[in-house]
Design a protein around this ligand. Structure first.
Ligand SMILES: Cc1ncc(COP(=O)(O)O)c(C=O)c1O
Length: 471
């Protein structure tokens, strides 16, 4: 058999394995997760740095990194070694017993918050983002005795029942009966598509004024001036909306919001699950806005997408043992030693690096390249970013009407693994978010190189050209 025949036969063998796996998947895996958002899901086999490799050996540049859960790159050796070491030492332990890594991780997180916010607090661990969010709801209820909260239109806080109640999309609640504790959803300062039809240059923060107005009289249904009590006891925010399309609010928005909340006894709960761990150039995204939250929720990149662990930080008065006693929440794997060991290594890595400078530098370069592309294609309606949380809003030719079909087509073309830019057959991993599902939310590895950014922009242009040809 010639070399060429050999490689054709290996390729056919891999292809048939992929077909076989997809057949089994379609029969035995539930389709209730998000895999079947696409027609033909990819089957991946390995990863390194900014790249995924599929079962057929095709390389994909990943510009989304597991919804920002892998900020420190795939297969990060240092982080993986911490996991391997822990596997040999103390791989499992009931969370009712203590281990060193848990204590040290909590210490590092709490001390960092104390230094940043000048507030004493404690850390409480869980496994996934939604579970930590549920724990934060318990803290809020425990402190206030009430259960209703504000949250943002376009906000996403997870898909457990409690998290779905405060996530704005009705789609996530539609099939599951009545949600008595559904949040009151407030428009987010999404200035490219202002809910109130205002312009950022001249609005004078109109949306914030509208929110403040709710407290003017009890007849607006949220606040009793006589008692100083609000029926909505917390406001759940993502500093930058994640699933909502990496929307960057004006930098003085949250300080204005916090002032209103403080005046009316409403807690600020900061969901950093997607934007935390330097995605936006700061340890936590809220630091860009000069605001101290009352409670913070984090997950994803705390363990770089390896062995999950999540957590909450809260001000001492909300979480001290006398108000939040033993047994207030529990989950079997909540502070699992593999997760805490990895989290601790991530924290050490952060302490030894200067991600603040690096992320902002890379983000600026990435955005400048995308803005040049925007000048060539009117379909790119908006490019914006904070650090390496980058949004590209795809529109019709008018540069404003959302074009979901174009966005979907581009995503599919990237995932088909048949791009040829740079003389090599490759794929591109993009994720779609946004209120109209027309926004590419880029969350590349924080270690992405300038060369990879160039490649990413070129591959992005190739997907756009191909999608436009199709339409
Ligand atoms: C901002 C935000 N909150 C909560 C969640 C839910 O986290 P998990 O999927 O780990 O339950 C996510 C997940 O994407 C998120 O981005």
């Amino acid at each position: 058999m010639s070399q060429k025949q050999k490689s054709v036969s290996v390729k056919a063998e891999k292809q048939s394995r992929e077909d076989e796996l997809l057949k089994l998947e379609s029969k035995y895996c539930s389709w209730g997760d998000t895999v079947h958002y696409v027609k033909r899901p990819n089957v991946f086999k390995s990863c390194k740095g900014s790249y995924l490799h599929d079962i057929n050996g095709v390389e994909y540049l990943d510009l989304q990194m597991l919804y920002s859960a892998v900020n420190f790159g795939y297969g990060n050796e240092r982080i993986n070694n911490a996991l391997k070491k822990q596997v040999d030492q103390l791989p499992q332990l009931a969370c009712q017993y203590l281990h060193e890594e848990k204590i040290m991780l909590a210490t590092k997180l709490a001390q960092r918050m104390e230094k940043t916010f000048e507030e004493k607090g404690r850390i409480h661990f869980n496994v996934g983002g939604s579970q930590a969010l549920e724990d934060s709801l318990k803290l809020v209820r425990n402190h206030t005795g009430r259960s209703l909260v504000f949250a943002f239109m376009g906000g996403y806080h997870g898909r457990t029942l409690g998290a779905s109640a405060i996530t704005s999309s009705f789609r996530y609640r539609e099939r599951y009966g009545h949600f008595g504790d559904r949040a009151l959803f407030i428009p987010f300062p999404y200035c490219f598509r202002c809910f109130y039809g205002q312009k950022r240059e001249s609005c004078n923060m109109y949306c914030l004024k509208q929110f403040e107005k709710l407290f003017e009289t009890e007849y607006y249904s949220v606040y009793n001036k006589k008692t100083g009590q609000c029926e909505f006891v917390a406001f759940y925010v993502e500093p930058l909306q994640g699933t909502g399309g990496y929307v960057v609010p004006p930098l003085d928005y949250f300080s204005g919001l916090k002032k209103i909340l403080d005046e009316h006894n409403v807690l600020l709960v900061d969901d950093e699950i997607q934007m935390g761990f330097f995605r936006t150039g700061k340890f936590m995204a809220i630091e860009n806005f000069d605001v101290t939250p009352d409670i913070m929720v984090f997950a994803k990149s705390l363990t770089n997408g390896v062995n999950p662990i999540s957590g909450i930080w809260a001000k001492e008065k909300l979480i001290s043992p006398d108000v939040f006693p033993p047994g207030s929440t529990h989950s079997t794997f909540s502070s699992n030693p593999l997760g805490t060991a990895v989290g601790l290594e991530v924290m050490k890595l952060i302490e030894e690096s200067d991600f603040g400078t690096e992320v902002n530098k890379k983000g600026k370069y990435f955005v400048s390249r995308l803005k040049s592309l925007q000048k060539k294609y009117s379909q790119i309606g908006d490019v914006d970013a904070l650090g390496l949380a980058i949004r590209i809003e795809m529109c019709h030719k008018d540069g404003y009407s959302p074009d979901r079909e174009l966005t979907d087509a581009m995503e599919q073309i990237g995932l088909s693994g048949k791009l040829t830019t740079g003389g090599k057959t490759r794929g591109l991993v993009l994720d779609v978010g946004g209120y109209y599902k027309n926004v590419f939310t880029l969350a590349p590895s924080l270690y992405i190189t300038e060369k990879e950014i160039d490649l990413g922009v070129d591959l992005f242009e190739e997907t756009l050209i191909k999608a436009l040809k199709k339409s």
